[in-house]
Design a protein around this ligand. Structure first.
Ligand code: PEP
Length: 252
């Protein structure tokens, strides 16, 4: 089912007490609003259990920012899909451009991570997006096509129907330069065409596709009003409760 979602990617920010305070502030703000949008927070691993406990008493869901490509065993420092499942984690960001860039996560590794998420009933928020040189060379459709196909199109229909896609142009992440609403709408429509070719129109119409990249409460209303934009993946602006909730409320 196509849902409206706003997910906050906290990245590697905040101490434990700051994280707890942010969650408490979010809960207070969420109590006063009634909206159809699903609100998701993706804190760092050490805070997931605390976030998950708070989530039992509120309406938000919790996602991880990463998971291991391996199932279990001698993989020092890794966190498995099964561990996330055991903490009631609903979502996991996979393929974020920072992981692709700084941790050299390639298509093969991301496929394995998607499979681990699937095996443990965790919903992947699968990120795709082109770099600035790729956009300038007009290769953005080609790049996103490769990422979507290699990362997700091995899934059968039943599995794919669970996936959330986030279009995050790399040049828009953390730069203060968001994609224009037209650029976002165009890419979301293109991704939906790819899905329709592989899985059929009905599956494409039911796939939630988020926009990410310098979302703020100022630009979110116009971005989220575009056809095919079903919400956002928000980085920096998700670290301030009031701003994040304003962004969540931007979806009409
Ligand atoms: C992100 O990291 O997914 C992101 C969209 O970051 P920001 O909102 O800070 O650009």
């Amino acid at each position: 089912m196509r849902k409206k979602i706003v997910a906050g990617n906290w990245k590697m920010n905040l101490g434990f007490e700051e994280a707890e305070q942010l969650i408490e502030d979010l809960i207070d703000l969420l109590e006063n609003i009634n909206m159809d949008t699903e609100v998701v927070i993706c804190p760092p691993f050490p805070y997931l259990e605390m976030a998950s406990d708070y989530a039992q008493e509120s309406t938000f869901k919790v996602g991880a920012q990463n998971l291991s490509a391996f199932g279990s065993g001698a993989y020092t420092g890794e966190v498995s899909g099964a561990m996330l499942q055991s903490m009631d984690i609903t979502y996991c960001i996979i393929g974020h451009s920072e992981r692709r860039k700084y941790f050299e996560e390639n298509d093969k590794m991301l496929t394995a991570k998607v499979n681990q998420a699937m095996a443990n009933q965790i919903i992947p928020i699968f990120c795709v997006g082109e770099s600035l040189p790729e956009r300038e060379a007009e290769k953005h459709f080609q790049v996103v096509r490769r990422q979507v196909r290699h990362g997700l199109f091995h899934l059968d229909t039943h599995e794919f129907e669970k996936v959330i896609i986030a279009y995050e142009p790399v040049w828009a992440i953390g730069t203060g330069i968001n994609a224009t609403p037209q650029q976002a709408a165009e890419m979301h429509a293109y991704i939906r065409t790819l899905i329709a070719e592989r899985y059929g129109q009905e599956v494409a119409d039911n796939t939630t596709i988020l926009y990410g990249g310098s979302c703020t409460s100022k630009n979110a209303p116009e971005l989220f009003a575009q056809p095919g934009v079903d919400g956002g993946l928000v980085g920096g602006a998700s670290l301030k409760a009031a701003e994040f909730i304003e962004i969540c409320k931007s979806i009409k």
